[in-house]
Design a protein around this ligand. Structure first.
Ligand code: GLC
Ligand code: MG
Length: 422
């Protein structure tokens, strides 16, 4: 969070399963639309927070399966674990507050008396979260009975039912809502309370997110029955919470537009980049746009025309160099010629490219260094590259690419891939 020196323009706090991630869309289109919108228009001055019910183990699995961006803050295990940055540094202060009237042993003992409860996987049992599966028809009754028993044993817990199947038991002070309130308080104390915050969710454990004061909220179109019921009973008259018409990340983009929180046109929704005007001089945007073009080029979704090649070459410095992750260097112009040969070679295949953590710094007036992680998914294989691009602003021409350098990302080092183009 130290990355930002002033309050975030927008802080998005989003659930993952069935909110940011659409498990019914194998192409991940709405997620990829969100990703390019975030990287081109928000990453530099805003905060991305993921708030998931998953434990760190299952969260990391999801990251491998889906093209998720790297968030600034990761809240896991239904608001019981908060971590910061790429290296996921835990917030130990938060953990301390959760021990109040909480005893894991007693929770396990009492829940053992309920035949209706089936324990979830070991990975999902956490220091401040005990999770079960329970049939929809039994959920209310079990919740009531269990809370009475735990209260009698001196505990103060919160029992949350989500997705029509999951039952989580947490300390009363935990949960996604409390974790968000804690984060907002922390940011405020640093003088960095976000200008706007948007909470996004689809199921029971997200309900609390929508009752935090001054926070906008979107329940995605595919929200679960238990969340819609909670909304009807508790937040129907709050104009800051909407039920989107679009599914998952599409609903998040819709909410950004409806609440007027900032730009809501994803670069993926722009079909022809040649029509993008140059007045919009934004180096991060250039990079997002280029890699999207590259994806479409190899998928054969843009025409193999002289006009595109010429426009790409025109945006490169004549002596500009591209350093391949293998260490070999060649001119940017030759790289574009090379790219021409690969037009449509991924047609009909699973091939996607996305940029993560795009950050631009003006190193001298008119000179920009853009750093990003570029990811390429081809079939079931994914390769990442740490990429640095140097741009210079040229009178009347907008930004010109001067130098591109790529190195394999940590996860991709062993995969040295000769078919790599850019
Ligand atoms: C995630 C967790 C699970 C939890 C559920 C609802 O699926 O893995 O343990 O019960 O979210 O919060
Ligand atoms: Mg969910």
């Amino acid at each position: 969070m130290e990355r930002l020196t002033s309050p975030a323009r927008l802080m998005i706090v989003s659930d993952l399963d069935h909110t940011m991630v659409d498990h019914h869309d194998p192409e991940n289109l709405s997620l990829l639309r969100f990703n390019s919108l975030w990287e081109h228009a928000y990453r530099h001055d805003s905060l991305l927070v993921f708030s998931t019910g998953r434990s760190p183990t299952l969260y990391k699995e999801l990251r491998k399966e889906k093209p998720l961006l790297t968030p600034d803050v990761t809240i896991m295990s239904v608001g019981t674990e908060i971590t910061y940055g790429n290296s996921m540094v835990p917030d130990l202060g938060w953990v301390d507050t959760l021990n109040h009237k909480w005893d894991l042993g007693i929770v396990k003992e009492e829940t053992g008396n309920f035949v209706e409860l089936t324990l979830q996987a070991e990975s999902e049992q956490r220091p401040h979260k005990v999770s079960f599966y329970v049939d929809k028809s039994k959920a209310q009754e079990v919740t009531k009975e269990l809370s009475q028993r735990l209260e009698k044993r001196g505990l103060d817990v919160k029992i949350i039912y989500s997705g029509g199947m999951d039952l989580d038991i947490l300390p009363q002070g935990a949960g996604k809502g409390q974790a968000l309130a804690y984060l907002l308080k922390k940011l405020k104390s640093e003088g960095k309370l976000p200008v706007n915050t948007l909470a996004c969710g689809d199921s029971g454990n997200d309900a609390e997110l929508f009752s935090i004061p001054d926070v906008y909220g979107v329940m995605v179109s595919n929200a679960q029955e238990e969340l819609l019921k909670w909304h009807a009973e508790n937040a129907k008259d709050n104009p800051k919470v909407i039920h989107a018409k679009e599914r998952c990340a599409g609903g998040i983009i819709q909410a950004i537009g409806e609440f007027k929180l900032g730009p809501n046109l994803s670069p993926r929704d722009v079909s022809d980049f040649l029509e993008c005007k140059v007045e919009n001089v934004n180096p991060g945007h250039e990079v997002v746009k280029f890699f999207l073009f590259y994806e479409r080029w190899r998928r054969g979704e843009v025409e193999n025309s002289e006009a595109y090649a010429a426009s790409l070459k025109a945006s490169c410095q004549p002596g500009g160099v591209f350093v391949h992750p293998s260490g070999a260097g060649k001119s940017l112009v030759d790289t574009i010629d090379e790219l021409r040969k690969h037009h449509g070679d991924k047609q009909g295949k699973k091939f996607r490219v996305w940029a993560d953590q795009v950050l631009a710094t003006e190193t001298a007036p008119g000179t920009w260094m853009v750093k990003l992680d570029k990811w390429e998914q081809s079939g079931d294989e994914r390769i990442g590259c740490n990429t640095t691009v140097k741009f210079t602003a040229k009178e009347g021409e907008g930004l010109v690419w001067e130098h591109v350098k790529q190195t394999w990302s940590e996860e991709s080092k062993l995969k040295d891939d000769s078919s790599w183009i850019i």
